[in-house]
Design a protein around this ligand. Structure first.
Ligand code: ADP
Ligand code: TRP
Length: 318
């Protein structure tokens, strides 16, 4: 089974990215042939500073390797080291109906968030389809907000196959229900664009966790509506025993949200401590990180060349 996913280097990765996408993707990588990449072309839709983009790419590479990506098992590469995806994106654009992109939720969301509507932002899902189809990915582990992009990919692949013959495997999204959309410190979806993130490796974890919004039930009250409580939601994801304990204390009363946040903070710092250590070591060894990405690019290119040969023949480009 071929598995593929990507993440944009458009800012510091956060625990929503980690629990929603990275951890499930790293687990799934054990079960097949995984291709994970850093979507630097995609980030050009929002990052316009070369030094910033380069720094972000290195950060994402360090984050993924520190969190356990095994570069021997998983093909780990930079999207721009496989420039053939841009050729495939063009070919796919020619079988993609305009209204499909006009209706894409993430495009509308990004405009609403204030991003300037460049053409790259509009055709973003076509490049994403090319990423997936070019390695014939069958399973795509992502968070829920990417569901529609995978549906668009399926539609584009089917349209291509109908028109030119069976070239592409139709991929399927793999979305873990319990971590599909994790909340940020303000209760909205945790997202770089909302400034409500808790970074995986930042030094502001304490400040961010203690700043999580909660309702205003007094300390002594037995707490109600605990399914909306953000510290509990996170504890449930990665420290279920601790979550049960904290939930019982909150429900009993005489135990405030501040205490629950302290429990979350301690659990988070403990969970990520080994990764933090590994990241610090990797950061001292950038040549190794670069070598991993180059090696990944070579392995990805071998697969990509096979697909592109089929595609070019199917459409009549040779
Ligand atoms: P952001 O919204 O912070 O810019 P991205 O769009 O770069 O995050 O998302 C990268 C990956 O992480 C995607 O697969 C996405 O679905 C997942 N993801 C992002 N935020 C969350 C979240 N709050 N909960 C679960 N998964 C998330
Ligand atoms: N759009 C994805 C995101 O913002 C990143 C991405 C680019 C991706 N290409 C992909 C994800 C291919 C899965 C498969 O998170």
């Amino acid at each position: 089974m071929r598995i593929l996913s990507g993440i944009q280097p458009s800012g510091k990765l956060h625990i929503g990215n980690y629990f929603g996408m990275m951890r499930p993707a790293l687990e799934l990588a054990q079960k097949g042939n995984a291709f994970y990449f850093i979507a630097d072309y995609h980030s050009l839709t929002s990052v316009s500073d070369a030094a910033e983009l380069r720094a972000n790419v290195l950060d994402v590479a360090l984050d993924f390797l520190a969190c356990g990506l095994d570069p021997k098992q998983t093909v780990f590469y930079r999207q721009s080291d496989v420039p053939q995806v841009t050729e495939l994106a063009w070919i796919l654009a020619c079988v993609t109906p305009m209204p499909m992109l006009e209706n894409a939720v993430s495009y509308k969301d990004k405009l609403a968030a204030g991003l300037k509507p460049n053409v790259g932002l509009f055709t973003y899902p076509v490049l994403q389809a090319a990423d997936i189809l070019i390695v014939q990915g069958e399973r795509v582990p992502v968070g829920k907000d990417q569901k529609q992009h995978i549906e668009i990919t399926r539609d584009i692949a089917s349209a291509f196959n109908r028109q030119f013959g069976e070239v592409f495997v139709i991929p399927e999204a793999v979305i873990k229900a319990e971590v599909a959309t994790l909340p940020g410190t303000d209760g909205r979806k945790m997202s770089k664009s909302y400034g409500n993130t808790i970074e995986i490796f930042g030094d502001s974890t304490k400040k961010k966790v203690m700043g999580i919004v909660t309702d205003s039930q007094p300390v002594e009250a037995p707490k109600k509506d605990l399914d909306k409580n953000i510290p509990l939601q996170f504890l449930k994801v990665f420290a279920p025993a601790k979550a049960q304990e904290v939930e019982a204390k909150l429900a009993a009363g005489g135990y405030g949200y501040g205490e629950a946040k302290k429990e979350l903070l301690a659990a988070l710092l403990e969970y990520f401590a080994p990764y933090r250590q590994k990241r610090a070591e990797l950061a001292q060894n950038r040549d190794y990180v670069e070598q991993v990405l180059r090696d990944g690019a070579l392995r990805a290119n071998a697969v990509v060349d096979v697909t592109m040969k089929k595609v070019r023949e199917a459409v009549g480009l040779r």
